[in-house]
Write a protein that binds this ligand. Structure first.
Ligand code: ZN
Length: 153
C-alpha cells in the first residue's frame, strides 16, 4: 500500500474516443498534432525545455515549449526517497499553460510559487505519469483534474 497520493484517478490511456466529438471545451484546448493529439505517451515527448527554474535533487520544475505550436507547459518531477529499498518512487506532470497565462520563470522560485501557480490554473488538462517503487512506470496519461505536487523528500 502506498501512503503517497501517487495513485491518480486519471482517464485510462486508449479510452479516448473523441474523434469528431471534442472532449469538454476548455480554455487551453489545442488541436496541435504534436503536443495535443490525445495520445499521452506521444504528447509527453512533444516538448523542448526552455528553462529549469527549480533543479533540486528530489524536485525539479521545467518550462517547456512545443516546437510545433509554441504552446508552453510546466513540467514537475518529484522523487520520494525509499530509504530502505533504494527503489525510489517518482512522479511527473506536464501541465500545458493557457496562452494568456503569464508564465514568468523568474517567479518560479520555490515549491510554494509552483503551488500558487497550479491553484491559479485550477483543474486543467495535463499529462501525468507515476513510477511507484517496486512497480513499472505508468504510461503518460491525460488527466483533467487539479494538478498537484506529489509529496517528495
Ligand atoms: Zn503543440
Amino acid at each position: 500500500m502506498s501512503k503517497t497520493r501517487a495513485h491518480r484517478s486519471c482517464h485510462k490511456p486508449g479510452r479516448h474516443t473523441t474523434r469528431g466529438k471534442k472532449s469538454a471545451p476548455h480554455r487551453s484546448a489545442s488541436t496541435c498534432h504534436r503536443c495535443a493529439s490525445g495520445d499521452g505517451p506521444h504528447d509527453a515527448h512533444a516538448w523542448v525545455r526552455d528553462h529549469r527554474p527549480i533543479d533540486e535533487s528530489h524536485f525539479m520544475v521545467s518550462m517547456l515549449r512545443c516546437p510545433a505550436c509554441g504552446r508552453r507547459a510546466l513540467a514537475i518531477w518529484a522523487e520520494l526517497i525509499d530509504w530502505h529499498g533504494g527503489d525510489d518512487s517518482t512522479a511527473s506532470l506536464i501541465i500545458p499553460v493557457p496562452q494568456d497565462h503569464a508564465l514568468d520563470p523568474t517567479l518560479i522560485t520555490d515549491e510554494k510559487a509552483v503551488e500558487r501557480l497550479l491553484s491559479s490554473l485550477g483543474p486543467c488538462p495535463h499529462l501525468a505519469t507515476t513510477h511507484p517503487r517496486g512497480e513499472s512506470a505508468s504510461p503518460w496519461t491525460w488527466c483533467n483534474d487539479q494538478p498537484f505536487i506529489l509529496p517528495h523528500d
